[in-house]
Design a protein around this ligand. Structure first.
Ligand code: ATP
Length: 230
């Protein structure tokens, strides 16, 4: 579904991604793991067309989308969930869910969103400011599904959330996957990553230095957490 070949990215003279190649198949959840500054966010932003100063090829559903702007990438079915969650704090949950135009190929109805996220239905009149971190994360995911995304690019959805809420986010990601949506996920909680994802890539200094399956991540959990400084 997604194939990246030789992607590099710069901030002025400073190179943040170095010749990254990877693929994500339809229905997979693939994680990006790496220390702060490894280039994970830059990779997701580059895939969405939000970072200027890249080279290499990005193919999505057999189309070269490397030269397309973010709006056109969203129309093709890419959806970005930023680490600041990108929700409108002063608007209610329902207003947040009503705002995005269904520009992608497979927009979810409000009913479908509320079936998947019953908590958001309970909170539908609440403003974004009154939501917990977990609820905000659910809203951020739900907004992107409303737009019709087929591939979610999620920047650390579990960051700062309690173990119980992390578990709920895991259940939601499994439901999203069961619905046929594909996910590329930044995730530092490697224990959690091995329970939700199919494969994992470790980034260091802008390069993919290792690719692992769940068994390998589980076997190396302590070593990875130490390496990541968690
Ligand atoms: P983190 O989890 O800390 O965000 P990351 O793996 O997502 O880390 P990036 O944010 O992609 O890493 O950063 C990759 C590199 O690019 C780092 O060296 C960072 O300092 C640099 N960088 C990121 N944003 C900018 C910017 N706006 N201007 C200049 N350099 C930047």
């Amino acid at each position: 579904m997604l194939r990246i070949d030789g992607l590099s990215a710069w901030y002025g003279e400073a190179q943040a991604l170095r010749d990254v190649s990877l693929h994500v198949d339809k229905g997979e959840i693939v994680t990006l793991v790496g220390r702060n500054g490894a280039g994970k966010t830059t990779l997701l932003r580059s895939l969405m067309g939000l970072h200027h100063g890249t080279s290499g090829t990005v193919r999505f559903m057999d189309e070269d989308i490397s030269a397309l702007n973010p709006h056109k990438r969203a129309r093709r079915g890419l959806g970005y969930v930023p680490d600041d969650r990108g929700i409108f704090a002063t608007l209610s949950v329902e207003e947040n869910l009503t705002l995005p135009p269904g520009m992608g190929p497979d927009p979810w109805s409000l009913e479908r969103v509320y079936e998947t996220f019953p908590r958001l239905k309970e909170r539908r009149r609440f403003p974004g400011t009154k939501l917990s971190g977990g609820e905000q994360q659910m809203l951020a995911l739900a907004r992107v599904l409303r737009t019709g995304a087929r591939l979610l690019l999620c920047d650390e959805p579990t960051e700062g959330l309690s173990p119980l809420i992390v578990q709920q986010i895991g259940e939601i990601l499994r439901e999203v996957k069961a619905a046929g949506v594909t996910v590329l996920l930044i995730e530092q909680n490697v224990h959690f990553a091995a329970t939700v994802a199919d494969r994992h890539h470790l980034l260091a200094e802008g390069r993919i230095v290792e690719s692992m399956d769940n068994d390998e991540v589980r076997a190396r959990e302590d070593e990875l957490l130490q390496y990541l400084g968690i």
